[in-house]
Design a protein around this ligand. Structure first.
Ligand code: SAH
Ligand code: SF4
Length: 451
């Protein structure tokens, strides 16, 4: 407990050396207390972050809130219920459908009403600390929460789609041995606003908010002449898909991930189809059914090994929820079908999980549990100090062939954004890269400097 508090304090106050040589000064006052309250457990103590302390200026951030909650807040602030409902509908549309970042831009809301809103509410976005571009077109953003925690999001453009890889936590409690994020301690869960905020930031960066006229029959006092003239068009977007495959285990932050994805899927909100959203889990079995029922997105499962010994080693959560239990939960995943197959992710680790026998066992398991499944083979992305190597290209090809011959699709995923550390498993915020000793030393220096 004390260690994590000291860590958080140190993390807030010092110069951070990014992997690309740049320096960031992270000295900012702690506005909130997000110290962790660990819940004891053997494999996965799930630290629950304390609630975010309200903003110092007393205003409420509307991003991350559903329409009903916005209406409640407007009513609490003094609007009569009918007005509150109408204003919430308008504001919701401006926030999530049009992506405005100021109440002044809400041109169908009476001019006198706009300062009333901005005195009480804010429209938050995570801060962008750094944006990087890979030679292959992949983009990575280092983002920061209002209380000073850094996390990352990645955009991967392809010929026929653009995929945003979204983070659900700062760090991760699960220490998968091949994953760089797993070497960070969990700082805290991201809030619904910080999760949906990533999608909104990506739309900002890609210039993908629709422009044009909005019609609210009941709107009063609107400044029609302030409205832009271009017609709304939703076609031709770059951002077409979302994968919950950034930092963190989304099913250990279930409520916030669900609430954020509901906003992403809301037809009046960001309006992305659930068929275009995939949530990846390392195998949090007890939450999988709820994921299917309450979110309904596609499921990806980080399987990575076909026997207990190896999976226990590389995905320690396996000691708690074993392969059989995991595959049974996959077989029961709501609405999984041949049209909506479960993706099994399989990271290719040299001499650990990449033999012909492993490939054949993978086919056997998928058939035994009658799973509508496809397999994604992920060449291991290296990071400094990683205890594994990637399988050879010939081995990966052979493994893929065996699974294909077994009647299961097993494409090899091309690593993207490796040059900017944006590929799977390479995400780890620079602030966390310091060793414990370095952080302690910096904390002492800072203390001394403050007198
Ligand atoms: N926590 C979730 C989602 C984030 S990780 C999960 O584990 O599924 C997204 C994917 O990247 C997972 O399949 C993960 O196993 C994989 N991954 C992690 N580290 C990797 C690495 N170094 N190389 C390749 N893939 C990696
Ligand atoms: Fe966490 Fe997923 Fe990395 Fe495992 S692979 S440590 S669950 S982010």
């Amino acid at each position: 407990m004390q260690r994590s508090c000291r860590f958080a304090a140190a993390h807030h106050q010092f110069i951070v050396h990014l992997c690309h040589g740049a320096q960031l000064t992270l000295y900012r006052p702690l506005m909130t207390d997000t110290a962790l309250m660990p819940i004891p457990g053997q494999i996965d103590p799930v630290p629950v972050a304390r609630d975010i302390t309200p903003r110092e200026d007393g205003r409420v951030d509307l991003i991350g809130l559903p329409k009903l909650r916005i209406a409640e807040l407007f009513a609490q602030a003094g609007l009569d219920p009918k007005q509150a409902k109408l204003r919430a509908k308008q504001v919701f549309h401006w926030l999530y459908h049009r992506g405005v970042t100021s109440f002044d831009a809400m041109t169908d809301i009476a001019k006198t009403m706009r300062p009333w809103l901005s005195e009480r509410f804010v429209i938050g976005r995570p801060d962008v600390v750094e944006a990087q571009h890979s030679t292959d077109g992949t983009r990575k953003w280092l983002l920061r929460t209002a209380d000073g925690h850094d996390f990352e999001m990645v955009f991967i453009p392809d010929a026929d789609r653009g995929t945003l890889c979204v983070s659900s936590q700062v760090g991760c409690t699960l220490n998968c041995r091949f994953c760089h994020t797993g070497t960070m301690r969990l700082v805290r869960n991201l809030t619904p606003g910080e999760i949906v905020g990533q999608v909104m930031l990506a739309r900002d960066a890609l210039g993908e908010w629709p422009k044009g006229r909005m019609d609210f029959a009941e709107a009063e006092g609107a400044d029609a002449d302030e409205e832009e003239t271009a017609e709304y068009t939703a076609d031709g977007r770059l951002l077409t898909n979302i994968v919950m495959m950034g930092m963190g285990e989304p099913l250990y932050n279930f409520d916030n991930v669900r609430d954020a994805l509901k906003l992403v899927m809301d037809g009046d909100g960001l309006a992305l189809s659930k068929r275009r959203i995939t949530l990846s889990t390392s195998g949090v079995v007890p939450m999988m059914e709820r994921c299917g029922e309450e979110i309904g997105v596609n499921l990806a499962v980080s399987l990575h090994a076909v026997n207990k010994e190896i999976r226990d080693e590389i995905v320690p959560l396996n000691r708690k929820y074993g392969i059989e239990q995991l595959l049974e939960a996959c077989a029961a995943y709501p609405r999984a079908s041949n049209a909506r197959r479960i993706t099994f992710e399989y990271v290719m680790l040299k001499d650990r999980n990449d033999s012909d026998a492993d490939a054949r066992e993978l086919v056997r398991l998928i058939k035994h549990y009658k799973l509508p499944a496809k397999v994604n083979l992920i060449p291991f992305n290296p990071w400094p100090g990683a205890p594994y190597e990637c399988s050879t290209p010939e081995r990966v090809r052979r493994f893929s062939e065996i699974v294909f011959e077994g009647g299961i699709s097993a494409p090899v995923r091309t690593p993207r954004g490796r040059d900017i550390d944006a590929a799977c498993g390479q995400l780890k915020t620079a602030a966390e890269k310091k060793t414990r000793a370095e952080l302690d030393r910096l904390a002492e220096e800072k203390q001394a400097a403050l007198g």
